[in-house]
Write a protein that binds this ligand. Structure first.
Ligand code: ADP
Ligand code: MG
Length: 304
């Protein structure tokens, strides 16, 4: 298990991470969320031992993760890190990249392992393709597979699906997170995409103003978003009578004391997102039917 205690870090004078304390259990999936610049990538790099801490400590089981001042080679065998900017070997094939750190003394093992990982990242047809000819998203998948090759105990993923197109993203995400759970690999994912979290993360941390603003399960945070920042991570929302109300909680009814006037409807597939004015305030709600400008509707707040 990972124990992080009072982790404090700055690149120069400004503190980026201030006294972070949290634990991650073996096999747990922890999501680190926060706005751009909140320090998600920095936290992963620090957990990996890329930088020296100003204060605090990090342990994986009994091993203290130390920065470059105390460690000639950055990184540990039990831990893998997939950066936002991945570095692969461009002139060798996808399978060679994935197997790069696997021993040649066990050629059958190596072959089997590489094939398994090609399947996880859905790149089997590209096994022999040179990496330099791949798209950004395909490269990201190679980087993921390579990090998993030696079966780490813990993996740190920085925006792991950010370069992958929507056609592939959903199934790939399920494959990768299922693989990690099946192998009981601890996983810390930095992301600003709620799709990387919902359905996958056991717990989540919201970084804000250099600190852990909230630590809880996705269910608890979704059902009771304490701040607009946390609500905005999950979707469109309104503040009505000082309460956070998701757009999908507001529904059109025959009659109520919430009378709204439609401004615009946006087609979203199985619903329309409707912008309207309620008590001189802009609100967003979801409607099965398209509503036209200036239409009058009654709204009701549904329980989550
Ligand atoms: P996130 O991943 O959440 O977008 P980052 O960890 O990349 O955030 O950045 C957090 C803060 O640290 C930002 O203000 C960024 O400008 C700063 N920062 C990131 N990398 C460096 C660096 N190598 N040197 C100095 N400042 C940095
Ligand atoms: Mg980042």
């Amino acid at each position: 298990m990972l124990n992080v205690k009072n982790l404090t870090f700055s690149y120069n004078k400004t503190t980026i991470l201030k006294a972070l304390t949290f634990n991650v259990a073996q096999g747990e999936n922890l999501a680190i969320i926060g706005e751009s610049g909140s320090g998600k990538s920095t936290l992963l790099k620090v957990l990996y031992g890329e930088f020296d801490l100003n204060f605090g400590n990090i342990y994986w089981k009994d091993t203290e993760i130390l920065g470059p001042k105390h460690n000639l080679v950055v990184g540990y065998d039990f831990m893998k890190y997939v950066a936002q900017e991945f570095d692969l070997m461009p002139f060798i094939s996808v399978e060679e990249n994935i197997g790069k750190f696997l021993s040649n003394f066990f050629p059958n093992e190596k072959k089997k392992r590489t094939a398994e990982l090609l399947d996880v990242v859905e790149l089997t047809p590209f096994a022999k393709t040179k990496v330099k000819t791949l798209s950004g998203g395909q490269k990201q998948r190679v980087a993921l597979a390579r990090a998993l090759a030696k079966q780490p105990e813990i993996i740190l993923l920085d925006e792991p699906f950010s370069h992958i197109d929507n056609f592939k993203k959903q199934s790939l995400r399920r494959n990768v997170f299922k693989y990690l759970k099946d192998k009981n690999i601890t996983c810390i994912v930095a992301t600003h995409d709620n799709n990387d979290v919902l359905g996958f993360a056991d717990n989540m941390i919201l970084l804000n103003e250099n600190k852990i603003e909230i630590y809880n399960t996705p269910q608890a945070l979704y059902n009771n978003p304490k701040t607009p920042l946390i609500a905005s991570f999950f979707g469109e929302f309104n503040i009505i009578n000082n309460n956070i109300v998701y757009a999908n909680q507001l529904q059109v009814v025959d009659n109520s004391n919430l009378n709204a006037t439609v401004i615009k409807s946006y087609f979203k597939g199985n619903y329309h997102l409707v912008e309207a004015i309620l008590n001189e305030q802009k609100v967003l709600f979801e409607s099965e039917n398209r509503l036209e400008k200036d239409e009058n509707v009654y709204l009701e707040i549904r329980k989550k």
